[in-house]
Design a protein around this ligand. Structure first.
Ligand SMILES: Nc1nc2c(ncn2[C@@H]2O[C@H](COP(=O)(O)OP(=O)(O)OP(=O)(O)O)[C@@H](O)[C@H]2O)c(=O)[nH]1
Ligand SMILES: [Mg+2]
Length: 249
């Protein structure tokens, strides 16, 4: 089960216009500060935030209650001039959680009207969330023959492939930076990861490693996923044959 909270800046488009045309640098700085604050507040509560399109953030909030969402909203409102909304949803798959959050906001189902919080909250704190941490094997080698811009092109093509593939599996993928991606997924993660790794190897000639983590909250699941990924590297570096997928819970 995944609980998602989608945080969005209200009326951002029209607000950006008030800054005039010489605004892009200001917007970039604002978006970076906002992301930093949102990640800080949610991760302190064992959640994990993914930077979506900079005006919208996806927090995996398994176990996070409404009161905690309100506390975070209050802090964000006091720190920024902008107003934010939160839409909460949960479901058996991360994609369903996203749909539920979307529906909550669209049909104006308020969880807290004063603080612009919509949607549906899962009170159960005892359900698991699964996260994959995917990383390109030996990106350093690719960088020795391709320029920075060409490397980025490959990394984003891979991301596009990932979004399409995982959407079909009702899982949601995010780019983290470098050659790293995380996928919030379902319990059958290992089988889906196997399929994806094979497709990418065949179609793009890219070798991926995948760590999988399952826990009661997102930070813990991500920690296990990263630890699994590092374990693959350790096995490889010790000279043994490495697995492409490793799982921990
Ligand atoms: N967001 C994030 N970025 C990372 C992490 N580890 C490495 N990076 C980034 O990924 C880039 C590539 O690093 P690596 O993946 O370690 O390099 P590599 O040559 O591919 O080595 P292997 O993955 O071990 O095969 C780094 O420059 C960082 O930008 C991580 O855990 N999270
Ligand atoms: Mg790598």
């Amino acid at each position: 089960m995944t609980q998602l909270t989608i945080i969005k800046i209200n009326d951002y488009g029209s607000w950006t216009l008030t800054l005039g045309s010489d605004r892009e640098h200001e917007l970039q700085m604002l978006q970076a500060s906002l992301y930093k604050e949102i990640q800080k507040l949610f991760s302190a509560k064992n959640c994990l935030v993914f930077l979506n399109r900079s005006d919208e953030f996806f927090a995996v909030t398994n176990g996070l209650a409404l009161e905690d969402h309100i506390k975070i909203q209050k802090k964000l409102e006091s720190a920024f001039d902008l107003r934010l909304s939160m839409s909460i949803g949960y479901g058996e798959t991360p994609f369903e959680a996203n749909l539920k959050a979307y529906e909550g906001k669209k049909t104006q189902v308020f969880l807290d009207k004063v603080h612009n919080i919509y949607g549906f909250l899962n009170g159960n704190t005892d359900e698991n969330v699964t996260i994959m941490h995917l990383d390109v094997e030996n990106l350093t080698l690719l960088r020795s023959t391709k320029s920075p811009y060409e490397v980025s092109s490959s990394i984003f093509q891979l991301y596009a492939k990932m979004l399409e593939f995982f959407l079909d599996k009702k899982a949601i993928a995010f780019f983290l930076g470098g050659d790293n991606y995380m996928v919030v997924t379902n319990e059958n993660a290992k089988q889906i990861a196997r399929e994806f790794i094979d497709v990418v190897k065949k179609e793009q000639g890219i070798v991926l490693n995948c760590g999988i983590g399952t826990a009661k909250n997102a930070r813990e699941a991500a920690k296990f996923a990263t630890k699994s990924l590092d374990t693959i590297r350790e096995i490889r570096n010790s000279g043994k044959e490495k697995p492409e997928i490793f799982e921990m819970r």
